[in-house]
Design a protein around this ligand. Structure first.
Ligand code: NAD
Ligand code: 44H
Length: 378
């Protein structure tokens, strides 16, 4: 079986590539990073190491790479014959990979390549649906009809902390032991693809919101509050009692939203939160607050991990969630020299003030209660 995976980065190699390999696929990674692609084609294998005391290792072989900027035709050819297509490139990059996926699907139609599923593995609600929207924009009416019939874009939720890497060999990846890949079974076309350890569910929305508004809200809270207090890593930040209490308070607020909305058992949800805090504290992982806080314009968007649960909280409980407000205020002060979004945000805050900057980034009116509370706290 052949898999085409866009994005040979941390989660691509450390999670999706590993699981696809373990499920029997030869994985062709598509990326724009020439060094990574050359190394994949030279080594044709890499190691995934677990960040725990045992440091268990997995050997991933039968892998190769295609540089999509240099060899777009090879990507189109690979998609036309693939048994599965996946992405882990970042939410903002989906629109950039969509044209090549569209070309690959056109070719697949021409050669009667049959059904296939395209799964976006990004930290966002509705990632595959968003990708499909961009793909369809590149197709004509007849091609769209064929895609509707033959190509599934099931949404998915992926959870595994994979920090930035610092290993002797470029391709090797150190990952946390925990992992969860949940896929919407209702969005599939044809036979369900064989993916070891993936969970196929009919109620993906509950899984993705639980993950994004707990793991990622908690992670962002730890990163932004930790960064403001001068800590360099997530483990250092969460070890501070004041940071931890604020993170727990934040997850209490998102937990109230989630348990009300989806009827989760409150004790089980609390246990889920505590397990996540334990994952943040993993002493075998060095995860920079700068990585976890990256792209604050995206993270302050209306559908993302901070503003979306805050809006639902206001709607459900008629009150502004104080901890989420504190985290948003910290996010507005996040600056990383390597992160262009943070530099843009800094400039916006300096030029327009925090209220106008937050209003613009979140899409909320200046007199919205969340904007008013964030401005007061700022
Ligand atoms: N790292 C994690 O802990 C983690 C966990 C779950 C989900 N995610 C999600 O996975 C996605 C990737 O995150 P990551 O941490 O692996 O980032 P990363 O930066 O390590 O990897 C992204 C890869 O995409 C490549 N890329 C960029 N533009 C491309 C293009 N046009 N075509 C092909 N490849 C392109 C980059 O060169 C890079 O190798 C994000 O949506 C992230 O939210 C990450
Ligand atoms: O990838 P982002 O930028 O959306 O979020 C940063 C981290 O919170 C994220 O990568 C987590 O490590 C991951 O989502 C854990 O499953």
């Amino acid at each position: 079986m052949k898999a085409v995976h866009f994005g040979a980065g941390n989660i691509g190699r450390g999670f999706i590539g590993l699981l696809l390999h373990q499920s029997g696929y030869a994985v062709e990674f598509v990326d724009v990073n020439e060094t990574l692609i050359n190394e994949l084609n030279k080594e044709k294998a890499y190691r995934v190491m677990l960040a725990n005391e045992e440091k268990q290792e997995f050997f991933v072989e039968n892998v190769s790479g295609i540089n999509s900027q240099q060899h777009p035709d090879a990507v189109i050819e690979a998609i036309s014959k693939a048994d599965i297509v996946t992405t882990a490139v970042g939410p903002n990059i989906l629109k950039l990979v969509a044209p090549l996926i569209a070309e690959g699907l056109k070719k697949r139609q021409q050669i009667s390549g049959g059904t296939v599923n395209v799964i976006a593995c990004e930290n966002m609600v509705g990632g595959s649906s968003e990708l499909k929207k961009h793909v369809v924009e590149k197709l004509g009416a007849e091609e769209i009809a064929w895609v509707e019939e033959n190509v599934g874009f099931p949404n998915s939720a992926v959870d595994r902390i994979v920090p930035n890497q610092n290993n002797e060999r470029l391709l090797d990846v150190l990952v946390e032991p925990f992992h969860e890949w949940v896929i919407d079974s209702t969005g599939m076309k044809g036979e369900q693809p064989k993916i070891e350890e993936a969970l196929f569910v009919e109620n993906l929305q509950a899984y993705i919101e639980r993950k994004l508004f707990t793991v990622n809200t908690g992670h962002a809270a730890t990163a932004y509050l930790g960064n403001l207090a001068g800590y360099k890593t997530i483990a250092e930040a969460i070890a501070q009692n004041d940071v931890k209490q604020d993170v727990l308070g934040t997850l209490g607020e998102t937990g109230n939203v989630l348990t009300t909305k989806y009827g989760f058992d409150a004790d089980q949800h609390q246990a889920y939160i505590e397990k996540i805090i334990g994952r943040f504290a993993n002493p075998y992982i060095v995860d920079d607050v700068q990585r976890v806080g990256r792209a604050p314009l995206r993270k302050l968007g209306a559908k993302d991990r901070l503003v979306a649960p805050a809006l639902e909280y206001i709607e459900e409980f008629g009150d502004v969630p104080a901890h989420l407000v504190k985290v948003i205020v910290a996010a507005l002060q996040f600056v990383s020299e390597e992160d262009h979004e943070s530099l843009t945000l800094k400039q916006m805050v300096e030029e327009k003030g925090a209220a106008a900057a937050f209003s613009e980034v979140s899409g909320l009116e200046m007199d919205h209660p969340l904007v008013v509370s964030v401005t007061e706290k700022f």
